[in-house]
Design a protein around this ligand. Structure first.
Ligand code: KG4
Ligand code: ZN
Length: 341
């Protein structure tokens, strides 16, 4: 039997509340503080937490209204427990515990990364374990061997920046705004991906880990060289100064080419590593999730390469790629039922 489930997600900069019943999404409210972070080129934790505090109650009310249910009808609460910004997580967890306690209903605390993978199962009921999971977002770049929803092993992950973070930082270098992923994808359409070849970083032979800081720095140096700023600023302390050198002086065509070249290199690293992981484990399915999985070029490249090895690639629907609470509610209900059996 399905349960009317309330999902709450506040791990980063989205205050999200959703009501689901099984795989039916009755409401999916996402209130983002992204506009407040744009001038900083990345999420500012203190601003994110304060936004959650302000918007969690309106988001909850809206989710109930959209789903046409009352709070008393809710049978189960699911919330993101980890990973995430602690001040942000606390807002969602406190609300979830309060709701569950006041209604005397069960609460399930779920892993945000596994929820990104579960987003696929909200639409595709036929996925069978085991399969390879790939989460590509602003906070995470991980390859996960999924034996079950509560039995998984991280086979590889980024050793520095996440891929989405690299998109955001490159956009900042180019003065394009935040979040960088969708903007770079758009600019790359008009660019030549072969005009500028940025380095692909592969860690030691056989490793399934990633590194994105090198390519970000390569873009920075390329931009500085084009602008004639040969004296490099390398210390972390001067990160803000570096980014302020910006892409403002570059002509528009060059920005398109940099976006296309960067995107291509960033995705080559993902495609190679994800396909290697699948081949290593003889996985027939690769299940992708996270904000970067909304990128059409990534979808095309991954699907094309995986096909050569007989691997089927699954992506969530566009509305479930980015952070949302429907995937939290869905995973929460699935885990709750699993533990009841
Ligand atoms: O999953 P998500 O909403 O939050 C995290 O859990 O991190 O992912 C947000 C990230 C941002 O870094 C954003 O730039 C990136 O996903 N992103 C994209 C695209 N849409 C969002 N990156 C590349 N192409 C896109 N179309
Ligand atoms: Zn996420």
């Amino acid at each position: 039997m399905t349960m009317l489930t309330l999902g709450i997600e506040t791990s980063c900069d989205e205050t999200a509340v959703s009501v689901t019943r099984g795989k039916d999404i009755l409401s999916n409210v996402v209130s983002s503080s992204v506009h407040l972070h744009s001038k900083y080129g990345g999420v500012v934790p203190e601003i994110a937490s304060r936004f959650h505090l302000e918007y969690i109650t309106p988001a909850l009310k809206e989710a109930l209204i959209d789903a046409r249910v009352g709070l008393d009808d809710i049978e189960l609460v699911a919330v993101t427990k980890e990973p995430g910004l602690i001040g942000s997580l606390l807002v969602g967890i406190s609300m979830a515990r309060a709701v569950a306690y006041s209604l005397s209903i069960p609460l399930v605390e779920v892993n945000h990364i596994i929820a990104h993978i579960y987003a696929n199962l909200m639409h595709n009921g036929r996925l069978e374990f085991p399969f390879m999971g790939l989460v590509v977002s602003g906070g995470h770049t991980q390859i996960i061997w999924m034996e079950d929803l509560d039995k998984f092993r991280v086979l590889g992950e980024t050793q520095d920046d996440a891929v989405g973070e690299a998109f955001d930082k490159v956009a900042k270098i180019l003065g394009l705004g935040y979040p960088g992923g969708p903007i770079i994808e758009k600019r790359a359409i008009n660019g030549d991906p072969e005009k500028i070849r940025f380095p692909r970083s592969f860690l030691k032979e056989g490793s399934l880990d990633f590194s994105y800081s090198g390519i970000k720095t390569a873009v920075l140096y390329y931009v500085q060289k084009q602008l004639g700023h040969k004296s490099q600023v390398t210390s972390h302390k001067s990160e803000d100064t570096r980014h302020k050198t910006g892409g403002g002086g570059l002509d528009s065509k060059m920005i398109d080419d940099i976006c296309a070249g960067f995107q291509e290199a960033a995705f080559d690293m993902i495609v190679d590593t994800a396909v290697s992981a699948c081949r290593k484990k003889k996985a027939g399915a690769l299940v992708v999730g996270g904000g970067v999985s909304a990128n059409k070029r990534l979808r095309e490249k991954l699907t094309g390469e995986a096909q050569k090895w007989g691997i089927t690639v699954h992506f969530p629907s566009m509305d479930l790629c980015l952070d949302n609470a429907a995937m939290i509610a869905g995973l929460g209900e699935a885990l709750y039922k699993k533990n009841q059996n």
